[in-house]
Structure formats: C-alpha cells, structure tokens
Design a protein around this ligand. Structure first.
Ligand SMILES: [Ca+2]
Length: 116
C-alpha cells in the first residue's frame, strides 16, 4: 500500500501518482485509500474512523486537522465522507490537476516522481 505519505503531502504526492498511474489508476488508489479510512460498518469515513485508521496507519494527525478534512469534503452535510465525497476532496487537494500534469512537474524540478 502506498499511503505512507497520506495526509502529509497531498499536493506533492497525488499529482505524481496520477503521472505514474494514469487517471483510472489514480481513482483506483483513491478507492483503496477510502476503504482504508472508512468505518467498515457504515461504509463511510467518519471522524472516528478517520482518527482510528490514521492511528493504525501510524499517522499523527491532529483532531482539528481531521475535522477540517471532513468539513472540507462533506458535501451533503451528514458529517461523514462517502466514496464520492472522498474522491472529490482528494482531487480538490491536488490543485495541479486542473492545470495538467505537465505544469505540475515544473514545480518539482529535480525530483523524480518515481522516487517519492
Ligand atoms: Ca457526506
């Protein structure tokens, strides 16, 4: 699983993932990420599931950062993220996507995406 950087380097990590995986592979990785973080009983990412699963993944994310992520991604206001909301949030956290991968690589000169 390639989620070591999850939560820490969205903006650096995801564009390079898209570059190496292609859009469809990227969506697949997002779905894997969603499943890692979701509450298996509800099929949703809740504050509790996010907190527990980030801890399980060895990520130190503050409560207010988790809440911020939930609020940012929660489009229908139920306080949790479904798979669609999660994917949309991840895309929004990757602003380079809007400009295309080529522009993106210009901001990471000297860094080989495969090494990240
Ligand atoms: Ca929601």
């Amino acid at each position: 699983m390639e989620l070591d950087n999850f939560g820490m380097d969205f903006e650096d990590y995801f564009p390079s993932m898209i570059g190496s995986l292609g859009a469809e592979g990227f969506i697949g990785e997002l779905c894997n990420g969603f499943r890692l973080l979701m509450d298996v009983n509800k099929g949703l990412i809740t504050f509790e599931s996010l907190k527990v699963n980030c801890f399980m993944l060895g990520l130190e994310v503050r409560d207010d950062e988790l809440l911020c992520m939930l609020m940012e991604g929660d489009l229908d206001g139920d306080g949790a993220l479904n798979q669609m909301e999660f994917c949309i949030l991840m895309f929004r956290l990757s602003p380079c996507l809007m400009d295309g991968p080529k522009l993106c690589t210009n901001t990471h000169q000297g860094v080989d995406p495969m090494l990240m």
